[in-house]
Ligand binder design. Structure first.
Ligand code: DX5
Ligand code: ZN
Length: 219
């Protein structure tokens, strides 16, 4: 049977004018992680926020901060994200030249290390870092924006990555177009952490939207 699925609301779809309040609301609604999408307008065609905003948000919840860095380079900034209060720091396999070193730096900062793959990047690109990661993040949309449609070819990639992970204690997270319709297939393929932006924040009752996602995921 599938272990408990974790729900990580992405605040990209939250009200940016009331971020602290939004964080307290998803915490009270029972989220497992808070997913923070950092974009640089270079690696992805959009800009969001950086360490000062994350640091300011830290006071609003004790839930783990799952920081998704869509920035290139990421390595010079890892320490700033660790100091800002990240618990998991995820870098993209397509950014920076030395993924192995980035993962070592994150671990050296005492944080959990994640690696993310764009939709066109093969599962095999992480084969030689499996013993250095705590989390693998499969992008099921091209990163940059919330509210895009799930790219179904990623189901097979999730399945392949779950096989490659074997019995290592690595979380398999999926990000992009995850909603009550797509969650079941994603979890059936082997994912255990679901990022959801628009699916959580579109409604007003976050407990209901997170609950619906959790129920859909468990089948
Ligand atoms: C996209 C981000 C996602 C985004 C997901 O680049 O990494 O975390 O917020 O949004 P939805 O769930 O609306 O597809
Ligand atoms: Zn994300």
């Amino acid at each position: 049977m599938t272990a408990a699925v974790k729900i990580a609301p992405s605040i990209l779809s939250a009200d940016f004018a009331r971020l602290g309040e939004e964080l307290r609301a998803i915490d009270a609604a029972g989220c497992d992680y808070v997913h923070l999408d950092v974009m640089d307008g270079h690696f992805v065609p959009n800009l969001t926020f950086g360490p000062p905003v994350i640091k300011a948000l830290r006071a609003h919840t004790k839930k783990p901060f799952d920081v998704h860095l869509m920035i290139d380079p990421a390595q010079p900034h890892l320490e700033a994200y660790a100091k800002a209060g990240a618990d998991i720091i995820t870098v993209h396999v397509e950014a920076d030249a030395h993924l192995d070193r980035s993962l070592q730096v994150i671990k050296g900062l005492g944080k959990k290390a994640g690696v993310s793959l764009n939709p066109s990047t093969p599962a095999e690109s992480v084969a030689y870092v499996l013993d250095k990661v705590d989390l693998i993040l499969v992008m099921s949309v091209n990163p940059g924006f919330g509210g895009q449609s799930f790219i179904s070819s990623q189901i097979e990639k999730i399945r392949r990555l779950r096989q490659m992970i074997g019995d290592r204690p690595i979380e398999l997270e999926v990000d992009g177009g995850v909603n009550a319709e797509t969650a079941r297939a994603v979890v059936a393929a082997g994912a255990n952490v679901l990022v959801a932006g628009s699916a959580v924040f579109t409604g007003t009752d976050y407990r209901a939207t997170i609950g619906a996602l959790r129920r859909a995921a468990q089948g």
